[in-house]
Design a protein around this ligand. Sequence first.
Ligand code: IPM
Ligand code: MG
Length: 364
Amino acid sequence: MGKNSFNIAVFPGDGVGTEIMQEALKILRLIADKKKISLEFSEGYIGGAAYDRFGEPLPEQSLDLAMQSDAVLLGAVGGPRWEALEYKFRPERALLGLREKMGLYANLRPVVVFEELLDASPLKEEVVRGIDIMIVRELTGDIYFGQPRGVFKEKSGRRKGVNTMVYTEEEISRIAVRAFEIARKRKKNLLSVDKANVLECTELWRSVVSEVGRDYSDVTLKHMYVDNCAMQLIRNPAQFDVIVTTNLFGDILSDEAAMLTGSIGMLPSASLGKDKALYEPIHGSAPDIAGKNIANPLATILSVALLLRYTMARPAEAELVEKAVAGVLQEGYRTQDIFQEGKKLVGTAEMGDLTWKKLAGLLN
Ligand code: IPM
Ligand code: MG
């Protein structure tokens, strides 16, 4: 028997974060009850909510909770109220701080199209049917963290903005290893995405990924430039199995890939380090719809499935959560982001309750 008790740090964050988190926690509690997993939850403030209370987006006590946890479950951060703040006070810094301090270098973003949502995608059904892509995004390097950075005054008095793309060999090889290991358990196709025709940094990326690939002769490795990949994701997304890429390219490509599924409200993510983990939906805090009970809680619920799979080593239970989501969609229930004529429009809490009931049925 593996470990059976876990500390979960819960950070609802801002905007729709609180609403979607409630639904996700119900799902997690149900599994824990039925499967006799002992969970200890500790809730903390991050993002704008933390800035309002403590004057900083990632207060010490929240960081401590995260560092002591087996896993962090996070809603979303950000909103227009905090957009004018200096960079270090912005809600987004909390996310970046957690990623950096917890060493969460591997961000897994599974892009799976539910059969029931085929018609919700802006692309043709035949293009998106059967899509099952795992995007492995490097999360603690690149232009997100590289120095120098900032806006500087030049001698002429004019300003200059600087950000720096940096990758060390170690950073590239550890994410490559993760990606190869994942590909090995899937269809054994790994695509590494870079801009090696222009950026030296990604020339290094390409050669280190290829070197790591020598230890994985069972996995087929290919390389693609990021601009071409952006196009191929729309033209023929079915060609992809596992994609490994840099922090910035992964950020952009994963939003693009999300739309294959019909809505960014459907995509979960896992951010993994050596022994730490954080789970969150890939969407933002959606301040325009916050507090209205209309946000889609499924990305966060599916993030719970990833938590079960990667932190708790409970793949069977993870699948049940995914099945419950598919079941509710099959019955025609939709939040507004995935709503279409003839379907049943439900709110955040109802969608959570329906999924809870479906899951309870599956667990019996
Ligand atoms: C994401 C988000 C974040 C990122 C923002 C909110 C800092 O877009 O997780 O994809 O750029 O990584
Ligand atoms: Mg993003």
